[in-house]
Design a protein around this ligand. Sequence first.
Ligand SMILES: [Fe+2]
Ligand SMILES: [Fe+2]
Length: 299
Amino acid sequence: MSESGAIPGPSIPDFLIDRLGRGLGSLKMLPAVAQEALEVANSADCDLVKLAVIIQKDLRLTTFILRLANSTLFAPPRPIASLHQAVLFIGRRKARDFIITSCLESVASKVPHEVQERQSTLWLHGFLTAILAVRLNDLFQLKFQGEEFTSGLMHDFGRTLISVIDPVNAASVDPLDFDETTSIEDRERAMLGASHAEIAAWFAAHNELPPNLIAAIQFHHRPEAAGENLKLAALVATADHAVNYLQREGQAKGYNPLTNGAALILESHGVPNATRTFGTASEKLLQEIPALAQSMMQG
Ligand SMILES: [Fe+2]
Ligand SMILES: [Fe+2]
């Protein structure tokens, strides 16, 4: 967390921070180039050419952004071969979100060998939730500009971090059954002293990621507690609920959108007809997102 303490985010027990630091080698998520690029992308008068020049210093970041910009989700009119074109096409906000995504992927690759299979499943869960959040953002006309993607991708990153903290007991803390009921956080607090949502929000705050992203992560199981970020947290929770069904059942068929409490929260907080709109579109969206996730995840 920043020394000033100005950045929001929960506190977590010191022993969890120690184990995370040992497991990851560093608690810093952003390498120097990514940090520099984020600073440029964060300013409203961002110079996109300058941004592309910075990003190009990092080959991994460059190939990652080219891959995402060319994916079916963002559908460029023709394939984009140069990073300059990619940055001009996606704009500064998406560039910022892709930089965070790339760094997250790099941290996720550091999980111990014995939990790598869990990590692949969780990484897919993040991508599916991120993509559905993008689609629902359009459908509900919420006008988020990329933060819904990063929030969806990162909402359960705490589950990856739990695998790093305690690889031996990871499966008993989190059986990966995609049954994310509200009691999941209480169970984790009892076993570890913090929930996956709190651990990931702490990690995001420690790395000085945007406050709305931190709030969406921390409150994705309790959107109504997210204050001014309620809609972003509820959007992620809406997507999460449907994606959990998809990964639990292995199919979109049979999903009952009426069981999605987060869509109801959106409706009661100023998103007209959220439940009906979601109900009409949910099955088709759930059928569509696995292929989109594959197009973004294939390196
Ligand atoms: Fe979660
Ligand atoms: Fe989730």
